[in-house]
Write a protein that binds this ligand. Sequence first.
Ligand SMILES: NC(=O)c1ccc[n+]([C@@H]2O[C@H](COP(=O)([O-])OP(=O)(O)OC[C@H]3O[C@@H](n4cnc5c(N)ncnc54)[C@H](O)[C@@H]3O)[C@@H](O)[C@H]2O)c1
Length: 254
Amino acid sequence: MLLQGKKGVVLNVTNSNSIGWGVAEALHAHGATVGIGAQNERMLEKVLKLIDGRDRFETFTCDFSMDEDLQRLHDDVKSKFGKIDYFVHSAAYAKKEDLHGRFIETSRDGFSLALDISAFSLIAACKALDPLFNDDASVVTMSYLGSTRTTSNYNIMGVAKAALEASVRYLAVDLGERGIRVNTLSPGPINTISARGVRDLTGMLNLVEERAPLKRPYGQEECGLSTVYLVSDLSKGVTGQILFVDSGFNITGF
Ligand SMILES: NC(=O)c1ccc[n+]([C@@H]2O[C@H](COP(=O)([O-])OP(=O)(O)OC[C@H]3O[C@@H](n4cnc5c(N)ncnc54)[C@H](O)[C@@H]3O)[C@@H](O)[C@H]2O)c1
């Protein structure tokens, strides 16, 4: 199997609709051992039900807003796995009021919070996990088209995703010294608990379905399969890239 013998972490998962869960399932199906993260102990209860005693799964908790959690993440991953071959970052947060309305009204607070949880967390988690990465490990995060285009009701999260994509390129340079690759998927809209915080998600889903070149849906499963590629040696020459998983919607214009 493509990922036989590989170990790593997917942070974070909330429920079976999470993109992180689609990724965890695909990595696991291709032979990997998967450490699944939840933001806190309460949220971990749902994750435990998802894995329900299945082998090659481990669990972790990490709230990216807390430095002590990042240190604990390092310690827990070290004690459960030793070294790791991949890290999938699948987390973002912004205040609801900063996602819609006029972008110009974004508060200082809301800006810092969105950038901290949605972009800085990738840098901080890579730093915490760096001593545990095997040479040739792979890091994957989740961006969105709103990083380079204005998309309705996305506002501050578009700025956070732009920062995330720039961070991917700078991290690719730093970690590339050890052969570690850093890439991002850019999924189209997918119905998850976070996406439901974006107004008119249904309108976005309908627009993509109508315009995307591939006349078939994409979702958690497709994100999982593309992550398998990015974690596997099949992508060993690929770093600092954005891989769209949106049935091709991003290439369309009027
Ligand atoms: N659903 C979409 O349409 C879509 C499209 C493109 C990109 N994405 C990105 O995919 C990633 C996963 O989102 P999702 O749609 O699966 O939603 P989700 O709600 O299932 O996952 C988001 C995760 O972020 C975690 N998180 C939030 N604040 C955190 C914090 N302080 N510390 C640690 N974790 C925290 C949550 O616990 C949750 O597990 C996000 O980066 C999101 O922006 C989603």
